[in-house]
Each structure stands twice: as C-alpha cells, then as structure tokens.
Design a protein around this ligand. Sequence first.
Ligand SMILES: Cc1cc2nc3c(=O)[nH]c(=O)nc-3n(C[C@H](O)[C@H](O)[C@H](O)COP(=O)(O)OP(=O)(O)OC[C@H]3O[C@@H](n4cnc5c(N)ncnc54)[C@H](O)[C@@H]3O)c2cc1C
Length: 385
Amino acid sequence: MSQTRSHRTANSLEVAISGGSMGGLFAGIALERAGHDVTIYERSTGELRSRGAGIVAQQHVRRFLERHDIVVPEEITTASSERRFLARDGDVRASRPDSMVFTSWDAVYRRLRDAFPDDRYRMGAEVVDVAPETATATIAGGSERVADLVVAAEGGQSSTRRRLFPEVEPKVADYVAWRGVVPESDLATDTVEAFDDRFVFYQGSNLLILAYLIPGADGGTEPGERRLNWVWYDTLADRDRTAIFTDASDTERAFTVPPGRLRDPVRRRQLERAANVLPPVFETVAAETEAPFVQAIYDLAVPEMTVERACLLGDAAFVARPHTAAGTAKAAGDGAELANALEENDSPDAALSSWDETRTEYGSRLVARGKRMGDERLHLATRPS
Ligand SMILES: Cc1cc2nc3c(=O)[nH]c(=O)nc-3n(C[C@H](O)[C@H](O)[C@H](O)COP(=O)(O)OP(=O)(O)OC[C@H]3O[C@@H](n4cnc5c(N)ncnc54)[C@H](O)[C@@H]3O)c2cc1C
C-alpha cells in the first residue's frame, strides 16, 4: 500500500495518525473537517467502545463536540451542583455550591468514533516506525504510508515518542489510583443519594477518594441508568508496587492493571484497607464494585511536540496527573489547535512550529500543575528522581 506524497498546501495535507483513541480521533475529526485527507491507524484489534471509566467533561471537550456537530453534550453528560467533603465517620465536613459536568470515556469515544469515516479508520494496524523527515509511517506487516504529516497519538507509552525522544521517561509517583465504576442500580438508595447531584471527596492521611455519577454503560443519563465512578488515590508507603501491578495471570504490568485483572489477594487487601481508612459510604461503594482496577500516577513531558513532519499529541506528548482532570481536554485542544494552525499559516512548517510552541507551553504548565496538586495539596508524595 505504498503511496507517494502529493505536494499540497497547508490547507490540504495527507495526514497519517497513529493511535485511534481520544487524541487520534479529536485530531482526525478536526483535520478531516478542515479538508485534510486523514487516515487513522489503531493497533488494537478489539473494540475500545466498551472500556473506560469516568471523566470530567471540561468545557474544551464539550465545545469540541458541539462545534464539530458530534453530539449535543447534554446527551452524554451528567452534572452536579455541590462539592461535598466528608469526615472519616461519614458526616459532612464541608460543602459548597460548584457546578461540574461529567461523562464517561466510552460515551465520548463512541461519539467520536461514529463521527469519523469507517474506511479511514484502520484497526489492527500498529505503526512500528515513523520517519519524520519524509512523513512516512511503517505499519506492522511492512506496508508504508508516505504522507505530508504523521501524528502520533499513541498514549503515554508511545513507541514513536520513545524513538524520537529516548531520553524522556515517565516519572512515577509514590501513590496510585484505585478506580472503579458501579451501576447505581447495584447500590442501595441511600448510597446513591449520597452522591446524587454531588461531587464527593474524602481526604485522609496520604489518601484522597472522590466519586461522581456518570452515564451508564449504554449511555443512559437518567436516574437509575447511571454509574458511580470513584477514584481513590492511595499511598504506596509500606506496599509492594510489584505485587500490586502483577495481574491475575502473573504478568507484571508497568502502568495499569485493567478491570477484572487484579489478583484476589491484592483486591482483598485494598478492601480491608477501605474498611480501616474510608468513610462508610466510600467503603460500601468500593466493596460493591465488581471489577476495580489500578493505575500508576506519573508525570511525562516532551521538550517539543514536533520533529520535522511528525508530531506527538495527547498523552504521547504530556501526561499530567489526573488531579488536573485535563487529559481529555488537552487531547481535544491539541487536535483542534493543530487544524487551526494549518488553516492560519501559509505553510505546514510554519503551522507546526507555531502549534508546537503554544501546545508545548500548555502541556508543560499542566504537568507542573498536576505535580503540585498531588505533592502539595493532596500531601501525596513523589518518588525522588
Ligand atoms: C481503552 C481506554 C480507556 C480509557 N479510559 C479512561 C478513563 O476512563 N478515564 C480517563 O480519564 N482516561 C481514560 N483513558 C485515557 C485517556 O483516553 C487519555 O488520558 C486522554 O484522553 C488522551 O488520549 P490519547 O488518545 O492521547 O491516549 P490513549 O487514550 O492512551 O490512546 C492511545 C491509543 O493509541 C493506540 N496506539 C498506541 N501505540 C500505537 C501504535 N504504535 N500504532 C497504532 N496505535 C497505537 C492505543 O491502542 C490507543 O488506542 C483511556 C484510554 C484507553 C485507550
């Protein structure tokens, strides 16, 4: 499937995108709608549609969905009007009015995926090499795609980033995020009421847990159809990281043990800890969650997002800690701004250079903010690097 590069203007480029999750789809849709000829290569062979948990639906994401006529955001979001902080015994320690909008990763992914042409989305296509000087992507199996621009939207473990910036390493924090989603229909009425219309937190010693309601697995946003999403940042002090990240088939994983793959002793130990350190309502929610999972927390930042005719975006370029709740919004911004820069500049090189400058600055600031939030505000530590 070798193709030759056509000589196009900045307004009509051939773009090969490696990675078809949020970052790849945001960029793919924005570029395709701006008149570029875009193909997405996604290495996974299965559906990504039914995976993922909750995300804060930041304004950037909602605006992207609206501006590109993808979905009316209200159709795939839930909302809360109060931020509530619990005491260890479950009493309300403080609360204040605060409007937040939430959604689920799968609800956004499904809409983005449906908005991008099927014949331009290649599944089971792993990009194994990128030559930035010729904008060439090599796909596993040996075929080459020569484009005008290659976009690597390959997530935090991006192999293209490792080849372009081998010195950039994720810096792992000394705490992790235990996470889960539970259908509200599996919870007692008073448990659901504790979270309804609220963003609920508990801050303990070296831990922070929060929860909010998100759309159901089939996208339903009405009471009774939703799921409760929780995230428990917990210290690794006195814990064995390797044991936690060794999954049910005894494989050691670097960054996440996905739903259903935690080993029983690991899960049991965390539930025992929940009973000892969390307010009762959070302990209940953790115990009722069928398939909790765990994710490493890390900071990652590239020095620049473009190398000749290749660029990195989304988590492939910058991973800020989840306290910023900005990973998806950043991916949306990276994609939308790339399309804008190509529109506004006379040449692709000028566009890439201006995009690189603004988005690298934004990504670096976000990573620094996430680190501060984790280390200082939440009193959760970082391993000295
Ligand atoms: C299945 C899934 C579920 C997620 N659920 C949540 C969630 O619930 N909450 C949350 O906050 N964040 C979630 N995330 C992460 C979230 O999508 C990102 O933090 C953020 O939106 C930035 O997305 P990204 O596209 O840059 O990276 P990612 O979402 O990590 O996507 C990277 C994509 O690139 C593909 N890929 C990697 N290397 C190659 C290659 N060489 N060739 C071709 N394809 C490649 C991967 O298969 C993946 O689909 C999830 C990610 C995935 C993949």
